[in-house]
Design a protein around this ligand. Structure first.
Ligand code: DGJ
Length: 458
């Protein structure tokens, strides 16, 4: 039987079958989906090229590199400062040697200027990172951005590295006090490639005259972190604020409408009335941001959600890693899991890093082992003679990050070095305390030692 349909509502098929509008609509939808999801040959090539590149880069990062050094034989006369630090009869360790400014091993840990990474001098050909070497900015001066962090600014498509300017004399405020440098301020450097850094100057300066100001040079300003607030269009900086004895134990907040500053210092708080020392800030994909800080005399960490304008903490706070005595937190996220690297609490002396993981940033957090791989045993128990500062996601390379750390030089803090190394997430964690159906819950976090390494081209 032939049925006539009105032109506007249906087609008439010669085969006699009825091709309704819905069939046509479904076909169109299917085509659209196919175009969207089934990559064209050139897209396929590009994607597999990227995947291959990703794998190759990661493979290169994951090569385990050994490091050897021999402890010099005990000398007749040892540096009196080192003897005092250790006690006269105590065994001399590699860490003592590292901290001893007159040690023969000194150039191994703090290579001299001849070996500096110097983009302006060496050109753009190598782009190698050399952990521990001096790193020059585009003016040829050593980069001063210690305890720092990197912000990738979408608006300017530029990386900004903020950190402590420690370019002043190191001294002890009290005979038993820790080594310090007066507050000069927070420096900012800009870069397009994470290797060549232009000095953009001091974006939050220390205060000279007002003795009662938090930023007075006699105080402490450490670990500045900057995030962008999409709602208020402000760049917000959080930092550890303290007095020379580390008894103020607070966090400071500053804002600017430009990544290049100047930042206006707003105030200092004790979050939730708790002491707060080493800290970091983490901005999540949903735009919520969190302050993570060492508290209760560094015995635990706290995670506090920030208010929507990022200028204060909300009431939401969780105590985590209770009794673990961790500091120098650096938080990052991969595939809906939160990770954190922390250090132990040994002042400027290096110690063993730990990785931690959580399904929610508010916890519970679980400690999943020492992430350091390669070098040698001493390298691994000293975080390659450095301390965590920040972890930067490598854009376009899922699961690959840059671990930023400080190799502190407590006898000359301005000469502290940067240890940047590739960090990957994948494989089985060393100390997965929890299992799900016999499988460890967490992926492994690995930081690979490399004497030199570079980012994937392009
Ligand atoms: C360790 C911290 O991580 C550093 O930021 C600094 O505060 C030193 N302690 C001071 O000894």
């Amino acid at each position: 039987m032939r049925i006539k349909y009105r032109k506007s509502s249906a087609f008439h098929c010669n085969a006699g079958s009825r091709c309704s509008i819905s069939v046509v609509l479904w076909s169109i939808l299917a085509c659209i989906l196919m175009i969207h999801f089934i990559p064209l040959p050139h897209q396929k090539n590009e994607e597999s090229r990227l995947r291959l590149c990703d794998r190759l880069c990661t493979r290169e990062f994951e090569v385990v590199e050994e490091e050897n050094f021999r402890l010099p034989p005990p000398r007749g006369k040892r540096n009196p400062r080192a003897v005092k630090r250790r006690g006269p009869g105590k065994q001399h360790t590699v860490i003592d040697e590292f901290l001893d400014e007159s040690s023969d091993l000194r150039p191994f840990f703090f290579p001299d200027q001849k070996l500096a990474i110097w983009p302006a001098r060496d050109g753009n050909d190598s782009k190698y990172f050399y952990p521990g070497r001096l790193w020059m900015d585009t003016d040829g001066n050593p980069i001063q951005a210690h305890g720092g962090a990197i912000l990738f600014d979408e608006r300017t498509e530029t990386y900004y590295w903020y950190g402590e300017n420690k370019d002043g004399p190191t001294y002890h405020a009290h005979p038993k006090g820790t080594a310090r440098v007066d507050v000069i301020g927070v420096n900012c450097y800009s870069s397009k490639d994470l290797w060549t850094w232009k000095n953009e100057g001091v974006v939050l300066p220390g205060v000279e005259s007002n003795f009662t100001h938090d930023l007075h040079r006699s105080n402490v300003l450490e670990r500045p972190k900057v995030i962008y607030n999409d709602k208020t269009s402000n760049y917000v900086m959080w930092m550890h604020i303290d007095d020379a004895n580390y008894t103020k134990a607070s966090v400071g907040v500053a804002i600017s409408d430009s990544p290049l500053g100047p930042f206006t210092y707003l105030r200092r708080i004790r979050p939730h009335s708790c002491d707060s020392r080493d800290m970091t800030i983490f901005k999540d994909d949903d735009q919520n941001a969190y302050l993570i800080y060492s508290s209760d005399d560094n015995s635990e960490l706290h995670v506090s959600r920030l208010t929507d304008d990022y200028l204060d903490v909300t009431r939401e706070m969780q105590r985590i890693l209770i009794g673990q005595h961790r500091e120098a937190p650096a938080v990052f996220k991969h595939k809906a899991t939160y990770y954190m690297i922390t250090s132990g609490c040994t002042g400027w002396a290096p110690n063993r890093a730990m990785a931690h993981a959580a399904e929610s940033i508010m916890g519970p957090w679980e400690t999943i082992g020492n992430p350091c791989i390669g070098g040698n045993r001493v390298f691994r128990v000293t975080t390659f003679f450095s301390q965590s500062a920040f972890v930067v996601p490598l854009r376009g390379h899922s699961g690959v990050f840059i671990f930023m750390a400080d190799r502190w030089n407590p006898s000359e803090l301005r000469d502290s070095r940067y240890v940047w190394l590739p960090l990957t997430v994948g494989g089985v964690a060393d100390e997965p305390l929890e299992y799900n159906f016999g499988f460890p819950v967490w992926s492994k976090v690995s930081i690979f030692w490399h004497r030199r390494w570079r980012l994937p081209v392009g």
